[in-house]
Design a protein around this ligand. Structure first.
Ligand SMILES: [Ca+2]
Ligand SMILES: [Ca+2]
Length: 267
């Protein structure tokens, strides 16, 4: 059986186990991400397999750092491919709002979609120069006004709905994505933490448990991101996206989409 099939089977088994636990445990705690096997374990991830903690983080940093870097203008075209709505090839699927919107409505006006930096640009001051600010692994299409509402807030549970929220919530100091993308957001943030370690011209990006990071090169809230990684395992959309970035654009992968259990292994 191909490794990807084994992994899918394990995901189904995990989902079933979670449901069964839910029947008897009213205060359901998400089951920690199950260990996975991928087609890349004997090649791309060869030097990381079997490691944990700082040793795993360091190994993954070395593995994912070599990459092709896009210009900020090239990001538009890439997002039209990586974030295509599976049900409508003319559209992209917007991250927090879940809206399907025409690919041609990319821009800065009301009703357009633009380029959301999930690791907020100000948290490390990397802007949109070629580098962290153009890394497709954390860039997603979003409604212009929803992007503005998210702003540079840290991620945490809680808050109120807003226009086009799609189930996402916000309060004065944090943002909670809709359930279907909570894990995606966690894995994007933690990719950035491993990819950017301060050994190039960019800040060392790291997660912490604060919701008031402002312009410091940190992103919160780690305890909640770990929970979201468990609650919302990678699905076909997220896996397709990772694969396209690897094969068509950057040549590097988000290890936490391939191995969600590595989140707990490091943090
Ligand atoms: Ca998801
Ligand atoms: Ca880092």
């Amino acid at each position: 059986m191909p490794a990807t099939h084994i992994r899918r089977w394990k995901s189904v088994a995990l989902a079933t186990a979670t449901v069964l636990v839910g029947l008897t445990a009213p205060a359901l705690t998400a089951t920690p991400a199950a260990a996975t096997t991928t087609a890349y374990d004997s090649t791309y991830y060869k030097n990381a397999i079997g490691k944990t903690g700082t040793s795993l983080k360091s190994s993954l940093h070395t593995i994912i750092s070599p990459q092709t870097k896009l210009s900020y203008s090239a990001v538009w075209g890439a997002l039209k491919v990586t974030d295509q709505d599976p049900n409508n090839s003319n559209n992209v699927k917007l991250l927090y709002s879940g809206i399907s919107r025409s690919k041609s409505l990319n821009g800065g006006d009301s009703g357009d979609w633009n380029r959301e930096h999930v690791w907020a640009k100000s948290h490390g001051d990397f802007g949109t120069a070629t580098g962290p600010g153009t890394d497709l692994h954390h860039l997603r299409p979003e409604d212009v006004q929803v992007n503005s509402i998210r702003g540079n807030k840290d991620f945490d549970n809680g808050g109120s709905s807003f226009t086009n929220s799609g189930g996402s919530l916000t309060d004065s100091n944090s943002f909670e994505p809709r359930d279907a993308v909570k894990g995606d957001v966690a894995r994007m943030i933690l990719y950035m933490a491993v990819r950017y370690e301060g050994d190039d011209s960019w800040a060392d990006l790291e997660p912490n448990d604060s919701v008031s990071n402002g312009s410091a090169p940190y992103h919160g809230r780690l305890s909640v991101l770990k929970q979201w990684n468990d609650e919302d395992p990678p699905d076909a959309f997220e896996e397709r996206r990772n694969q396209l970035i690897y094969t068509n654009y950057q040549g590097n992968r988000n290890p936490f989409i391939d191995h969600p259990e590595w989140v707990e292994a490091i943090w």
